[in-house]
Design a protein around this ligand. Structure first.
Ligand SMILES: [Zn+2]
Length: 328
């Protein structure tokens, strides 16, 4: 399935950093991040909370716009190798200049330059969704939202929230989401991964988002599943991530197929791929093996993803032609 053109809607830029890239950066800067890799050079962690620590240690090597230029290129290279033609990636002003608008613009400029280069060289299109981090609290989220509002446009197309779903509630971030909406940004929120159906409901009703990051635990409440189907809410499903973190025991136990059967719009993404030993090509392969999904099903997934993408109509038309040509 590597050859099929893929649309990815849920990818954290720092979480997609190839381990070898982070090791190289740490070495150049003499930063000690020992202990976060296993003998094979992959990221190593015990559980979700340990994963967050390893993630933070890896991210600590990324310190300048130039580092983010290189990171963006390295990540897009991996995605393009998996057949991804369009990627919406979560960008965090928290890690890029500590939410200072001036510094953020410099980081953003560097990432955009890398994206332009990748588009020319590899034919992959990148758009950014700015995310605030739930466990950093509403005050910092406001600063993040202001960075987002200040740079909203053809490249920065959305706003969202990631981080520890067990801390605070979506409504605590209402100001930030309203600010982003008023700036013309489209909205998504992580929910229904570590939190149950009530977490998805809160994101839907309190923040009025059009997409939910993960959202898979909606399956525990069929009335909510019906509501998602009726509203046309799109779930950014990351099956490999859910299985790696122990939410479901294997690919067959994952609810993506049942959500799809019940009329919910599902898409497929990798979240933080090297942390979960996955790629977009691997996600497609595992889904084909476990659920017997064929090319037709993957075309449906890609079309749903493209419809739900936050980019402008011209970009969508261009990507749609690539999809149609591959499936002709
Ligand atoms: Zn995520």
């Amino acid at each position: 399935m590597t050859q099929l053109p893929k649309i990815e809607l849920h990818l954290h830029l720092e979480g997609a950093a190839p381990p070898a890239f982070i090791r190289g950066l740490a070495k150049e800067k003499s930063i000690d991040i020992g202990g976060i890799f296993d003998a094979d050079g992959h990221y190593k962690y015990k559980d979700f909370w340990d994963f967050l620590k390893v993630y933070e240690a890896a991210t600590s090597t990324l310190q300048s716009p130039e580092d983010y230029h290189r990171l963006t290129l390295a990540v897009l290279e991996e995605s393009a190798a998996s057949g991804v033609v369009y990627s919406e990636t979560f960008l965090s002003p928290d890690f890029c200049g500590n939410r200072d608008v001036g510094a953020w613009k410099e980081y953003l400029h560097a990432m955009q330059e890398a994206a332009d280069q990748a588009e020319r060289q590899m034919g992959i299109t990148l758009r950014g969704i700015i995310t605030c981090i739930r466990h950093f609290g509403p005050e910092k989220a406001r600063e993040t939202a202001l960075c987002a509002a200040e740079t909203a446009g053809s490249f920065i197309t959305g706003f969202g929230i990631a981080g520890d779903e067990k801390i605070l509630a979506p409504k605590d971030f209402l100001w930030s989401f309203d600010c982003a909406r008023e700036a013309g940004l489209r909205l998504t929120a992580h929910a229904g991964e570590w939190g149950g159906p009530e977490s998805v409901r809160a994101a839907l009703h309190d923040l009025n988002v059009e997409r939910i990051g993960h959202g898979v635990r909606a399956i525990e409440d069929l009335a909510l599943v019906d509501e998602l189907a009726e509203r046309g809410t799109v779930l950014e499903v990351c099956p490999g991530s859910n299985i790696a973190l122990g939410l479901y025991k294997d690919w067959r136990a994952h609810p993506i197929a049942e959500l799809d059967r019940r009329g919910v719009k599902v898409t497929v993404s990798t979240d933080d791929p090297p942390f979960f030993h996955t790629t977009m090509a691997r996600e497609y392969d595992r889904l084909a093996d476990a659920l017997e999904w064929d090319k037709g099903q993957f075309l449906k997934i890609a079309q749903t993803s493209l419809d739900a993408a936050f980019c402008d109509a011209d970009t969508k038309d261009r990507i749609r032609k690539t999809l149609e040509a591959a499936h002709a």
